[in-house]
Design a protein around this ligand. Sequence first.
Ligand code: ATP
Length: 304
Amino acid sequence: MGSEVRVTVPAKINLSLSVGPRRPDGYHDIATVFHAVGIYDDVTLTPAPDGSGVTVRMVGDATEQLPTDDGNIAVRAVRLAAARAGRPDDVQLEIAKAIPIAGGMAGGSADAAAVLAGCAALWPNSLDATALHDLASQLGSDVPFLLEGGTMIGTGRGEVLTPVLAQGGFHWVIAVSDAGLSTPAVYAELDRLREGREVRPPAVADDLLRALRGGDARALGRCLHNDLQEAALSLRPSLSRVLEAGSDLGSLGGIVSGSGPTCVFLSRDREHALDIAVGLTTTGLVRVVRHAISPVEGARVIAG
Ligand code: ATP
């Protein structure tokens, strides 16, 4: 048995999320700009005695509601990686969760990406970059991006990645709501709302890419867009008050993150972000308000 490996992995937001029509297989093609933001889960992988299999212990807010069997995507990630590497899956996982659960910030996918990066470090020369990307795509549409981080266009179901030329850094205010929203339920609501409407193929707007090339926070704030927002607001109408509050507090732009209910607000700088965070906290509309910088790297081994 070797020693433990520690991996840190960020959350993602979608600077834009364009959702195409529902496909016959039930999935939707999307065109999105993924952006990794500085809220992190920490995943530790420790080799366990022969035959003990995968176990997981999670610490952090509300983690007791998460499955510890194969329902946990991090457990599935160990099994897949072990099978691909030709190793037994005797690994003990400990996950310190800071990414909001069911918040539209891909926390589960982040843990899976961290596990893949951790397994590659635990079992040297058995999982190359292609294998990791392949396993990540099998685990979920957001997992490949979380191996990379930064800013990337995602197409297909989100797993086909193209780097984006982007400059500068940004400051975000992340407003976390009380109860999560289920991603499949939000997509189903979008399909319901779109019945009888013409739905265009998904695309990324040029003005967003221009704002990122120029590192222009004001322009970026005006370009933020999320096709799932209407559906998230329909299922959780109180989110419109959160978005309004962020706008009243002078944010450069605000959207529901992914399938929600987390809302994210772009600010001019750190001080502006902290002002908005304090303002949002005093509204009492959201449970937790955080400040995060971006872009940040994807899953990284920090010790092992
Ligand atoms: P996404 O943005 O990728 O749609 P999300 O951020 O809204 O996802 P997650 O926190 O990734 O939501 O989790 C959604 C559900 O997945 C949870 O409610 C939980 O039942 C299940 N799940 C399984 N494993 C994990 C994990 N390691 N962390 C969080 N949730 C997990």
